[in-house]
Design a protein around this ligand. Structure first.
Ligand SMILES: [Zn+2]
Length: 365
């Protein structure tokens, strides 16, 4: 679309392509997941009565900053919650996600030493826990949550230990395992997102549902992920970490049994847009309407796993069929030409939900 507009403009100006015109396609990207670019009203400060979910572009991994709404006093009422800390960058071909998150928080309103109300590490994979040590050395964490399953990972245990040390110094609370410490069971409300945002713990497991505990596969570990449904302004956001289709099916069954309602305005797509998540059945329950208020957001980088680059064409195709054009955004959007490990920092995504239910997702320019 943008390319067409530029071409028409260029041809109109001089009868041939006028190279003095800015090439908007380069500014906006030609990625597979182009969407709106955030305007100044989104970028300048954090207005009251807004829920904000920022997918910081950590490269391959997750690093999500949630700011909850306030009415009078942001300091007293709003909560800062971080879900996952990105990769550490110490593994070859990965981005320094922890440092990227710290930079983003410092330049967007959180000074060094500020309190992060809660840090959730969704599961024991490096692209989610790698940045924990760096993050907790810069900020004070009030609550720490993980699913409880360690996958025998020494790196994960070190990250948990760093987080719990920081929490204890700040007089905070460690909630491991997430069930029953944070909520007694799946689909039960939590108080994690403050007084105004309703939230359910959708999933967390201290053992993989497959029962494969001693030698867990990546899928087994993914299926222990802490996942949430949060609601504000009558709209729901799903934060699905790296859940795979086995757990999605449990959520589908719970929806069909009336225990939960998956219908949502925003979905943080599970497992970086892998084809082993986001089944068509799950998708049809989450996004039934193809409306302007429905958005999918993906946190992904350029790493390939067994020859597959995430997000997969299959998942993107399914999402694009379910949603309006420009409503599937990914942090890997303009990273096609970048080397693995350098793709971070240029495709951060902000999702805002206002008290009246207005929903917007956009790329930070
Ligand atoms: Zn992951």
């Amino acid at each position: 679309m943008n390319r067409v507009i530029v071409l028409i403009l260029a041809l109109t100006v001089g009868g041939c392509i006028d190279t003095s015109l800015p090439d908007l396609t380069l500014e906006l990207g030609e990625g597979r997941t182009d969407g709106p670019v955030c305007g100044p009203e989104t970028l300048q400060g954090f207005p009251p009565e807004q829920l904000r979910v920022t997918l910081i572009d950590v490269g391959q991994g997750d690093g999500i900053w949630i700011q909850t709404p306030y009415y009078e006093n942001q300091q007293l009422e709003s909560r800062n919650i971080i879900i996952d800390a990105g990769p550490s960058g110490s593994v070859p071909g990965t981005s320094p996600g922890g440092a990227v998150i710290i930079d983003y928080l410092l330049t967007n309103g959180l000074p060094p030493g500020e309190r992060i109300d809660a840090l959730v590490i969704s599961h024991a994979h490096e692209d989610h826990y790698g940045g924990v040590s760096a993050l907790v050395s810069m900020f004070d964490v009030g609550r720490y949550i993980d699913p409880g399953f360690t996958a025998n990972s020494s790196g994960f245990l070190a990250a948990r230990s760093a987080a719990e040390g920081d929490v204890s110094r700040a007089g905070g609370l460690s909630q491991v395992p997430a069930i029953p410490e944070l909520a007694t069971r799946p689909f039960v409300q939590t108080d994690l997102f403050g007084q105004y945002v309703e939230s359910d713990l959708l999933w967390a497991a201290d053992k993989p549902p497959s029962g494969n505990v001693t030698d867990p596969s990546g899928t087994d570990v993914n299926n222990t992920s802490v996942a949430f449904a949060i609601r504000w302004g009558g709209k729901q956001v799903l934060l699905l970490a790296d859940l795979e289709e086995e757990v999605e099916q449990i959520l589908v069954d719970a929806d069909l049994a009336g225990e939960i309602d998956l219908t949502s305005a925003v979905m943080k797509v599970a497992h970086h847009g892998s084809s082993s998540s986001t089944s068509p059945t799950f998708l049809s329950l989450v996004f039934p309407n193809q409306s302007a208020d429905e958005w999918a957001v993906i946190s992904s980088g350029r790493r390939t796993f067994g020859g597959v680059t995430l997000p997969t064409e299959e998942t993107l195709g399914n999402l694009k069929r379910a949603l309006l054009p420009g409503h599937v955004l990914s942090t890997d959007n303009r990273d096609d030409l970048k080397e693995p490990g350098t793709e971070h920092g240029d495709d951060t995504i902000i999702v805002t939900i206002d008290a009246d239910g207005t929903v917007l997702a956009c790329y930070v320019p």
